[in-house]
Design a protein around this ligand. Structure first.
Ligand SMILES: [Zn+2]
Length: 458
């Protein structure tokens, strides 16, 4: 086995142990995963500190202290995973099974792979006696996937208001996308904004055993949700995806450039489709009626993931257009997030330098993330330059997109090693910087948007 052998065994072993901690959220119970990490990291000489308001649900801060005034770097991860059903899986999801060169299990991709990779990278540096100029850290959060228990990142940043890492690498893009112009990786410099809406349909109760009784709110909700599914949201091209269009879209209008970039690869097509319009799904339905009565009320919660800069009014307008007239009320929780970090920083340079060495054909293209990530909390509270980036050099990108939050999630061990090498390389590069002046703070204002004419996208 190559020199990567011991590293490979260490990171694969750690990931398998982390997957074996069932941190399905709810209820999370992230303490088990925190304990596994402490047990692994303390003997390497790293400081581990639980930042918790609920002992079952700690956040974990791991630190390799810096010597001087260099910029600090945090690898941001989360310890919880999305709940899943065992019977949907080909393997036991909480066993950390290694099969066909991959480690299978809930959280293998989202995101215990990166947690294990960055933990092993810091342990390796600590064992070597590497002394960074600024602090190198792991910031491992509870309750990222649900986020309403008040124990995760929002608690963490309130408890440690002065931590303010200059640079953060968190979850996000990183699939290697083959295109006719060569392979590319996306770098998430921001994430789309998140909002939600409650759609309440009013009906009239009646005897469910009598034909034509009452007015069925559930059937009406079904009709409205069908309309919502058929709605094509207008295309909005945010300037943060400009580098992708420049690299892959050629000349022409933004719409033509987007179409060309989308055609470059099926996974890229899916990603860019999500990044350039509102993505609205009903994710929770509540019908509080007795079994023998026609439901007089049906409530759907709509997840609304928006191009940054989309206002509450624009979202409401879009929803009303999509739903049309009907006996319903709509209540909107305004969009949150959507901050974007500068793409021109030493952190990006460090990631590019790693790729130049380990995947020289590939290019790194700044873009946006399609879903919420705690990176957004760090941008907002700490002003950190935060990028979402977990590189998958070897795996099929569509497997990630299909299995994340679904079943049969798995990561190739080769990718896990690649992620560890990336974390090591980036940590060394940032750890050697002795000036903080180049650590530019993220731009808080949403960038401008080019609203394009409503056009069918796929
Ligand atoms: Zn995640």
């Amino acid at each position: 086995m190559s020199a990567a052998g011991p590293l490979r065994d260490e990171v694969a072993g750690l990931l398998r142990r982390l997957i074996s901690c069932d941190t399905s959220n709810p209820p999370g119970r992230e303490a088990q995963a925190a304990a596994v990490l402490e047990e692994h990291l303390r003997p390497a000489g790293l400081e581990c500190r639980r930042i918790s308001t609920d002992p079952d649900r700690p956040n974990l801060l791991v630190r390799l202290p810096g010597a001087g005034a260099g910029p600090s770097l945090g690898f941001l991860g989360h310890l919880d995973v999305v709940a899943t059903r065992r019977e949907d899986w080909a393997v036991e999801p909480f066993a950390g099974i290694e099969r066909d060169g991959a480690i299978w299990g809930r959280g293998a991709v989202d995101m215990k792979c990166q947690v294990a990779a960055s933990a092993v990278a810091l342990a390796t540096l600590a064992r070597e006696g590497f002394r960074p100029a600024g602090d190198l850290m792991l910031l491992l959060m509870a309750d990222e996937e649900v986020g309403d228990a008040g124990v995760g990142s929002t608690y963490f940043v309130e408890a440690l208001p002065d931590l303010c890492p200059d640079f953060i690498v968190g979850e996000g893009s990183g699939e290697r996308l083959p295109t006719p112009d060569g392979p590319v990786y996306l770098l998430d410099c921001g994430v789309k904004a998140s909002a939600s809406a409650t759609l309440t349909v009013r009906g009239r109760a009646g005897d469910a055993s009598l034909g034509q009784a009452g007015h069925d709110a559930l059937a009406e909700l079904g009709r409205l949700l069908t309309r919502l599914r058929e709605h094509r949201s207008p295309v909005r091209i945010h300037e943060a995806i400009g580098p992708v269009l420049d690299a892959l879209g050629g000349a022409g209008t933004d719409e033509q450039r987007l179409a060309r970039a989308r055609a470059a690869d099926p996974a890229l097509d899916r990603l860019l489709g999500a990044l350039t319009r509102s993505i609205i799904h009903a994710t929770i339905v509540d019908v509080p009626a007795p079994q023998n009565a026609i439901p007089d009320r049906a409530v759907a919660t709509l997840s609304c993931i928006l191009v940054p800069g989309t206002t509450e009014e624009e979202l409401e307008q879009e929803l009303r257009t999509a739903l049309g007239d009907g006996p319903y009320d709509l209540e909107i929780v305004p969009p949150k997030g959507g901050l974007i970090s500068s793409a021109d920083t030493p952190l990006r340079a460090a990631i590019e330098a790693f790729l130049a060495e380990h995947d020289p054909e590939a290019r790194l293209l700044p873009a946006l993330g399609y879903g919420f990530s705690d990176c957004d909390v760090m941008r907002e509270k700490y002003g950190s330059v935060a990028y979402g980036f977990i590189p998958f050099r070897h795996g099929d990108p569509m497997v990630n997109l299909e299995t994340k939050h679904g079943a049969d999630e798995r990561v190739l061990v080769d990718d896990l090693v690649f992620q560890t090498q990336a974390a090591l390389s980036v940590a060394r590069a940032i750890g050697r910087l002795t000036t903080r002046s180049s650590a530019s703070v993220s731009s808080a204002a949403p960038s401008t948007i080019t609203p394009a004419a409503a056009s069918p996208s796929r």
